[in-house]
Ligand binder design. Structure first.
Ligand SMILES: C[S@@+](CC[C@H](N)C(=O)[O-])C[C@H]1O[C@@H](n2cnc3c(N)ncnc32)[C@H](O)[C@@H]1O
Length: 230
């Protein structure tokens, strides 16, 4: 096992035991879409285009949960290759079950820490990235576990092409401020907001996950932080 593989993933990897159809999706579909550790490149030389037969853009979603946003994207953009990373097996199996009747040519799944696959990717190889509702880790002693931090932004900035879109969302106000500050302070990212309340506007052609809808139903405000890789 490499050093990368044993990096700790904070949060759950498995919840309730999987029921038949979800276990079946994992057994049957996952092997066709899986990004395996054998494909990882310690020297950051993995060209994501080589993971697909014929795609134009490459997009990367970190922590896709049940994969509703990812599925909507992969169906609407058949020419884009999507890489999804999610360590929670119940989320991955839910996503796989949802796409069982769809084409699978433009989707690859990494069931582990997104940073492992991000570190493996080539420089300037990703056209768009999403970190939607990452775990908030409310207590200040846990802030170092947050997905958005300078070290991870360094990795994202390396793999993103110049001009690529980087979208982060959350319905936790303090986390929104944290993510916005982290990205604004990073020299390679530029916030695309043009007016003070741009962050409240749902981006065009957006797809709301159950998680996002639940937050809104509970009266929380979703922040949409749209950055560009300079
Ligand atoms: C609150 S959920 C949001 C799920 C989904 N993005 C949505 O908006 O519906 C956060 C997700 O991030 C995942 N996650 C946590 N640490 C991660 C990591 N290191 N790499 C990839 N995903 C991670 C969790 O397993 C969880 O599914």
């Amino acid at each position: 096992m490499t050093k990368e593989r044993i990096r700790k993933v904070y949060g759950r990897r498995q919840g309730r035991p999987l029921r038949g159809d979800r276990q079946e999706a994992l057994d049957v579909i996952y092997p066709k879409l899986e990004l395996t550790t054998a494909q990882l490149k310690q020297d950051s030389s993995l060209n994501p285009r080589t993971l697909f037969d014929n795609v134009g853009r490459i997009e990367f979603e970190i922590g896709f949960g049940n994969g509703e946003f990812l599925r909507n994207n992969m169906l609407n953009h058949p020419d884009t290759g999507f890489i999804g990373a999610e360590p929670f097996v119940n989320g991955v199996s839910s996503f796989l079950k949802s796409i069982k009747d769809d084409g699978h040519d433009n989707i690859r799944v990494f069931m582990d820490d997104a940073i492992i696959i991000a570190k493996s990717l080539q420089d300037n190889s990703v056209d768009g990235m999403y970190v939607l509702n990452p775990d908030p880790w409310h207590k200040s002693r846990h802030h170092k576990r947050r997905m958005i931090c300078q070290a991870n932004l360094d990795v994202f900035s390396r793999i993103l092409k110049s001009g690529a879109t980087f979208i982060m969302t959350t319905d936790v106000d303090e986390l929104a401020e944290w993510m916005c500050t982290q990205a604004s302070h990073h020299p390679d990212f530029e916030w695309m907001a043009e007016s003070a309340d741009d962050w409240r506007k749902m981006p065009k052609n957006w797809y709301q996950t159950r998680y996002e809808l639940k937050g809104k139903e509970a009266g929380r405000t979703q922040s949409y932080l749209i950055f560009k890789r300079k």
